[in-house]
Design a protein around this ligand. Structure first.
Ligand SMILES: *[C@@H]1O[C@H](CO)[C@@H](O)[C@H](O)[C@H]1NC(C)=O
Ligand SMILES: *[C@@H]1O[C@H](CO)[C@@H](O)[C@H](O)[C@H]1NC(C)=O
Ligand SMILES: *[C@@H]1O[C@H](CO)[C@@H](O)[C@H](O)[C@H]1NC(C)=O
Ligand SMILES: *[C@@H]1O[C@H](CO)[C@@H](O)[C@H](O)[C@H]1NC(C)=O
Ligand SMILES: *[C@@H]1O[C@H](CO)[C@@H](O)[C@H](O)[C@H]1NC(C)=O
Ligand SMILES: *[C@@H]1O[C@H](CO)[C@@H](O)[C@H](O)[C@H]1NC(C)=O
Length: 327
């Protein structure tokens, strides 16, 4: 027993000093990911507490890439889970993820930049189909669920917490939007999308899809019923934006606030955060600041903490583990 422990410690020390940082986290996540495919369908995110973190990088190093399994789920979609960044995010309880989509021909590809695109990495294969499978798995049909109203979300611990999916349209907005809307059909037809009808009544589903990047505001406003929403400009909110249009409003942190996280935040900067958050909250909209300082670590954490303390609703993060540790 002791020897095994020692061995593990030595192995991890080697891991830590080599060029493979975060080996502990990697193992943790591998285990978490593995649990996702245990035989019980609703174990998918067992013990994972959803957190108000937005994972902004869908090219995040895929920690599940070493796994040797492919989904054993039945049906039309067999997913190779080894390279699905969504799963990494979910394994950490991240309740908001982002897909950078590029329309090429009639297909939506996923990648932070053009050079990262590959034929296999599509919006459908990396997001839509995995979400169909995960949410179906969370909602087994049985005699016990026959009278259940509502659809369980991705998080076991909090089945009513929806997952927010930001779709960052990288290509021309007006041309890309119709393809995004139709790509969501497998989720839509299962009732998984949060939807607002034109009379302002909204039905919360396990997913909230929000267009960002080049998403055209007029295209979103024209949707009726609306099941793709608009990432509103946090520093320029006006009466166009309410909860039926924009569940979230975002801004680039640097020009909006500017505090580096080093030293003390001054009154101008603090007031900026508080004002933007209050503007959003007055409309029922959640506030997100992106591109917050990432380095040094203590400065990054100080900024995150200040944002949380002043009511910002989403932490925007590349380092999901670090962000998860803030909660
Ligand atoms: C992964 O899950 C399978 C069952 O789905 C189990 O047999 C296996 O031992 C697990 N592996 C690890 C490393 O936990
Ligand atoms: C897949 O479906 C077939 C036919 O419906 C069934 O016999 C089989 O048990 C299923 N396998 C799994 C892993 O669910
Ligand atoms: C579902 O509702 C029906 C009709 O009210 C009832 O007979 C049945 O026992 C309910 N089933 C469960 C699992 O609650
Ligand atoms: C709003 O529209 C929805 C769907 O069309 C309908 O089900 C609901 O009853 C309407 N609500 C009101 C208050 O008119
Ligand atoms: C609100 O802002 C949006 C986007 O910036 C703009 O298109 C719209 O005209 C503005 N509406 C009003 C009422 O100012
Ligand atoms: C806070 O710092 C910013 C950036 O350095 C500066 O422009 C602003 O005037 C400062 N405000 C106060 C009250 O010191």
């Amino acid at each position: 027993m002791f020897f095994v422990l020692l061995l593990v410690m030595v192995a991890s020390l080697v891991g830590l000093t080599s060029q493979r940082p975060g080996v502990f986290d990697e193992i943790t996540m591998l285990e978490a990911a593995n649990s996702s495919l245990l035989s019980y369908p609703t174990d998918f995110t067992q013990n994972i507490v959803p957190k108000a973190i937005h994972s902004h990088n869908d090219c995040a190093r895929s920690v599940v890439s070493d796994l040797r399994f492919v989904s054993s789920f039945n049906g039309t979609h067999t997913i190779d889970w080894r390279d699905v960044p969504l799963l990494t995010a979910l394994s950490l309880g991240v309740a908001s993820v982002e897909a950078d989509v590029w329309l090429m021909g009639e297909t939506l590809y996923i990648g932070h930049e053009l050079a990262a695109l590959t034929p296999a990495r599509t919006f459908d294969s990396l997001y839509v189909q995995p979400l169909v499978t995960i949410i179906e798995g969370q909602n087994p049909q049985s005699q016990f669920t026959a009278n259940q109203t509502g659809i369980n979300g991705v998080f076991d611990m909090s089945s009513a917490t929806p997952l927010q999916l930001l779709v960052d349209m990288k290509t021309d907005g007006p041309s890309t939007l119709p393809f995004v809307i139709s790509a969501l059909q497998p989720l839509r037809e299962r009732g998984y999308l949060t939807t607002c009808s034109s009379n302002g009544t909204c039905t919360l589903g396990p997913l909230v899809v929000v267009g960002t990047g080049n998403t055209p505001l007029d295209g979103i406003l024209a949707l009726s019923p609306r099941d793709v929403f608009f990432d509103a400009p946090l520093t320029a909110l006006n009466s166009t934006f309410d909860i039926t249009v924009s569940p979230i409003a975002s801004t680039d942190y640097e020009p909006a606030v500017g505090w580096s996280g080093i030293g003390t935040i001054n009154q101008t900067q603090l007031t900026a955060i508080q004002t933007f958050v209050a503007d959003a909250h007055a409309l029922g909209i959640r506030a997100r600041f992106w591109d917050t300082p990432g380095w040094p670590i203590h400065a990054r954490n100080a900024v995150w903490q200040t944002l949380i303390d002043n009511g910002a609703d989403w932490l925007n993060a590349d380092d999901l583990e670090a962000a998860a540790a803030m909660f």
